[in-house]
Structures are given as structure tokens and as C-alpha cells.
Design a protein around this ligand. Sequence first.
Ligand SMILES: Cc1cc2nc3c(=O)[nH]c(=O)nc-3n(C[C@H](O)[C@H](O)[C@H](O)COP(=O)(O)OP(=O)(O)OC[C@H]3O[C@@H](n4cnc5c(N)ncnc54)[C@H](O)[C@@H]3O)c2cc1C
Length: 362
Amino acid sequence: MRNIDFKFFKGNVLNEYNKIKKNDGTPFKVYSPFWRNAEQFYLERLPDKISKVKKCKKINTLFKNQIKSEEILPKSDWYKKFEKYWVPSEQKAHENLDNFVNKSILNYGVDRDFPSIKGTSLLSPYIRNGQINVGDIWQKCKKLKSNNVSIKKYTNEIGWREFSHSLINYFPQMLKGNLRKEFDKFPWVNNSKFLNAWKKGMTGYPIVDAGMRELYETGWMHNRIRMVVGSFLVKHLRINWKEGEKHFRNCLLDFNEANNVAQWQWVAGCGADAAPYFRIFNPILQGEKFDKQGDYVKKWVPELSKVPPKFIHKPWEMEKKYQEAINTIIGSNYPMPIVIHEKARADALSAFQSIKKKISHQ
Ligand SMILES: Cc1cc2nc3c(=O)[nH]c(=O)nc-3n(C[C@H](O)[C@H](O)[C@H](O)COP(=O)(O)OP(=O)(O)OC[C@H]3O[C@@H](n4cnc5c(N)ncnc54)[C@H](O)[C@@H]3O)c2cc1C
């Protein structure tokens, strides 16, 4: 055995995860007190006591043979389509941050919920790939020296990212299964037909389908829509959240193990400080509230482009005659809903009751 000394560094997070814990030394499982502590701890460390790294004048080459960037690209060019949507560079990441902070951050609190507007920073793929550091983002926001609630809401999201990383570090078993063990008994449904319909954006629920198609086309999906499609998978279809997590892992350019696993468990209700399972998103109402005119749906589900706003989130309710007149036959040009919302909701609630009963009988 060779005794090799090593050090580990926190990487792209604000704090070393093991620095943030409750007074009794145990990890936080609730977001708000976690973030209050984590933000305070980070603030107190600024400016960093460790002397700043001076700009390196001479570039040292540690390896004899270097890999050219072209050599690490995948063999097939599936990634080419993303060039339409993303410019992967540090410069672009900082440009996006500047634009966001100068033009959009003050409206973030409201705009961030509407998928048809560019109301969020779109920085996640850059953070994920190390082109921007979360510390730089946090500090840029704090330099605004404003109590504006939108700025706070934005830095709170960085806080959710910190929280997810903390959870995964303290509870690495989350990567394999439910944090809340009672969910190990949840009666998930195996239905590959429904799972494929979900992945392809063919569930018959326009807001869900728009999100899934946006994900496949751009490698990114709006946060509200991630919650809607996630809820639809685990509650309306009762498919295990792990299937959703796997699909997101394969498609997201911002895929991050900590965020993805913690957020899927948040959606499914089996994680820390999670949305309770019984709170079931209604995909019709979510659409009507956050995409009233249907602009987002029409962008990603063009076969519904002639459907008026009144029916855009429930196109199956249009009269047959009207469907013919606008050349949009539901069940032919676009699918009928694969499940009926009210029934799926009732079934999900009774499945949830069944695990509660099992626990109380133990
Ligand atoms: C089911 C599900 C899976 C997700 N998987 C991922 C993932 O793999 N990688 C990922 O980076 N985010 C994930 N998220 C969180 C969130 O959807 C994205 O971070 C956000 O949409 C990225 O867009 P943005 O940069 O414009 O975000 P903004 O709203 O501009 O937020 C700024 C930054 O804060 C962080 N952030 C924002 N929301 C969250 C959140 N809810 N949890 C943790 N961090 C957040 C991100 O780093 C983001 O770039 C997931 C959310 C859900 C519901």
C-alpha cells in the first residue's frame, strides 16, 4: 500500500458541506435554517483569509501528452443541435450573469414562474460545467446592495443548490433510494407505455408535453415545468421517481447529481423538506396559471398552434366540429390524455394512504 497524502476542496459550492451543521452537530434537513446558517457562515469568511491566487504568468504543463478538445467530443454529433441554444464558454457565462443582474434580476420574483419569458438566469449549465462559480454569482448579487425581494429570491435558489449538495454529502444513501424510508413500500406502477409517452412529450397534457420536448431539444427545462412534469410522472402515472431522475440525467446539460436526486425526491415527497405527496399539481391549472395564452405550449407543441387560449391546456374539450375546422383532431394530430386527471389524483392519494397504513400497523 502506498500512503499518498491528499487534500479535498469544496469545488463549485459556497461552503465545505461539513462546516454547516446544527448546534448539536447533526445536519440540517430543513432548507430555511440551513440557508440562514450557510449564508451567514459564507459572509463571515469574506474577504477570504487565504491570500488570493495570483494570476499565473507561466503556464505549466503537467502532462506530456495532452488531449485535444476534439478528441473528447462524442463520436456521433447528437450534441450539435445544442449549439443553437448554448455557447459553452466562461466569457458567455459571465456575460449572461451581467445581463441578468443588470436587466432581469429585479423582476425575478415574478417572472421566474412563467416559462414563456426569459425570467431566470439560465446559468445552470455553466455552473454545472465549471464555467462560472456560485461564489461569483452570489457576490455579484450582494454588490447590488438592495433589499429588493427578487434579489433575495434569486440568492435563495443558490441556497437550494447548497442545500441539495449538503444533503447528498451527509446522506449519500439518497443517491440510491428514498431518504424517507416509508416510501420504500410505495406501490409504484411499472408501465413502459406511459413512461415512453412521458419521455416523448405525448401524454396529451400540453404543459407536460411542452416541457419534455423542450428538455429533449435544448438540454434544459424551466424550473416550474420540471416540477409539473415530475409531479405528473410520480403522481399521475405513479412511476418511480428514479425513472424520471434517470431520464433527466441523460438529457439535462445542467445535470448535477445532488440537485437532480434531491429535487426528484422533493417532488416525490420522499426527500428532505419535500413537497408533501398529497399536494398534486393539476397540469391543466398549472398551464392556465403560468402559460395563460399558451405561448410556451405552442412553441414546443406546434401541432396545437391553432388552438385558442381557452382550450390550449385541455384541447380534448374542443367540440369535434371545431377540431375539424382548425385541423387539429385530438386523438389523431395530438394524443388524448393518457390518464384522466381526477382519477389519477384519487388513485395517487389512495396509494399514499396505503403506505401510511402500513407504517401505523407496524
Ligand atoms: C425534478 C427536478 C430536477 C432538477 N434537476 C436539476 C439538475 O440536475 N441540475 C440543476 O442545476 N438543477 C436542477 N433542478 C433545479 C432547477 O430546475 C434548475 O437549477 C433551474 O431550472 C436552472 O435554471 P436557471 O439557471 O435559469 O435557474 P435560476 O432560477 O436562474 O437559478 C439560479 C441557480 O440557482 C440554482 N437553482 C435554481 N433552482 C434550484 C432548485 N430548485 N434546486 C437547486 N438549485 C437550484 C441553479 O444552480 C440555478 O442555475 C431540478 C429541479 C427539479 C424540479
